[in-house]
Design a protein around this ligand. Structure first.
Ligand code: NAP
Length: 311
């Protein structure tokens, strides 16, 4: 008989009302996968787009019933022999991104290559706040952006999920960090290490910033275009929320990054967390039964740090 678990599933794309907490088959790991007993699932903006059908291309044919979510933390329930993981290990992961979602549930399977031991510096539930945003920040700053010590980086939406981790990673690297947010996040961002704070509701950043080496656009819309004139020749503007019109403009490189799963990078990020360089801000926690409230809050675009769902 198939074992069951509780999961938040959708049977069609749509609004908050399509989210259903209900019984679903407990997943069974393949030989290269682990089974994780979920402690928490992290919420990201892409989860709300997924619910509405905005990333249906990632979900494969015939995806319903579909469990949402990619971020997870929890304990290994079952692992292949000699995999480096064993029952009871605390792990965290962004599972299978870009690809079909699965983590708003009591159990989830994940490829060995997508998981890492969780940081010990924070509670296991909070570790679910980290994977997607930290992998995004890592891949933008250090892969696509090649950020070096001593460089100036401008992070748009520095108080958001991606931004607040990007600020800490850039400071760890030895960069000078300029961050945009509204006034309510000024003290918060200075405490995180931002060297120059810009309240985007009061000032146009292009009036007060110049000569940056790297711009990290977590906002979209006209942010990329407005950031080009304040970037050094040979510098780079990277968006995760828009689409560049060309590879280069006025001597500035333009890029878009789509995050991808990496257990290896999560292991490095866990080491930085355990060394005290990076810590997630978990602003809100909801039980799985209140996923709709969590999605509604996420869609406000004004959360500081992260929202998690606990099982
Ligand atoms: N391509 C990828 O792989 C990838 C990966 C991750 C995320 N994303 C996308 O990147 C975007 C950011 O993700 P996220 O998780 O960081 O979102 P988030 O946590 O929802 O961002 C919320 C933050 O945005 C700030 N904000 C809103 N409007 C702003 C503006 N005009 N200027 C500066 N800050 C502003 C808010 O600060 P205030 O309250 O102070 O306004 C708030 O702290 C989303 O569109 C997401 O879908 C893409």
């Amino acid at each position: 008989m198939t074992e069951t678990m509780q999961a938040v599933q959708i049977h069609e794309y749509g609004g908050l009302d399509v989210l259903k907490l209900e019984a679903a088959p407990k997943p069974v790991p393949t030989e290269n996968e682990v089974l994780i007993r979920v402690a928490a699932a992290g919420i990201n903006p892409v989860d709300t787009y997924a619910r509405a059908g905005g990333v249906a291309g990632m979900m494969g044919n015939d995806p319903f019933p579909l469990i949402l979510g990619w971020d997870v933390s929890g304990m290994i329930e079952q692992a292949p022999a000699e995999s480096g993981f064993q029952g009871g290990d605390a792990v965290y992961s962004m599972v299978n991104f870009p690809g079909k979602s699965s983590t708003y549930a009591q159990y989830v399977t994940a490829k060995l290559t997508d998981i890492a031991h969780a940081p010990q510096a924070i509670p296991i539930t909070e570790a679910a706040a980290v994977p997607l945003v930290a992998l995004t920040a890592w891949q933008v700053l250090f892969e696509a952006g090649n950020l070096q010590a001593g460089q100036r980086v401008l992070i748009h939406a520095a108080a958001g999920g991606v931004g607040h981790i990007a600020v800490q990673l850039a400071k760890w690297k030895g960069a000078t960090v300029i961050g945009t947010a509204s006034a309510q996040n000024a003290d918060y961002l200075r405490q995180l290490g931002v060297d120059e704070f810009i309240d985007y509701t009061e000032q146009r950043y292009e009036d007060v910033v110049s000569d940056v080496d790297l711009v990290f656009d977590c906002v979209g819309s006209d942010t990329m275009a407005r950031s080009i004139p304040i970037t050094k020749q040979g510098g780079t503007v990277i968006t995760i929320a828009g689409q560049p019109e060309a590879d280069e403009k006025d001597g500035v490189r333009l890029k878009r990054v789509l995050v991808r799963s990496s257990g290896e990078q999560l292991a490095e990020i866990a080491r930085l967390m355990d060394a005290g360089h990076v810590k997630p801000t978990v602003a809100h926690r909801f039980p799985l039964a209140q996923t709709a409230q969590a999605h509604e809050l996420q869609a406000s675009r004004h959360v500081r740090g992260k929202i998690i769902l606990t099982t």
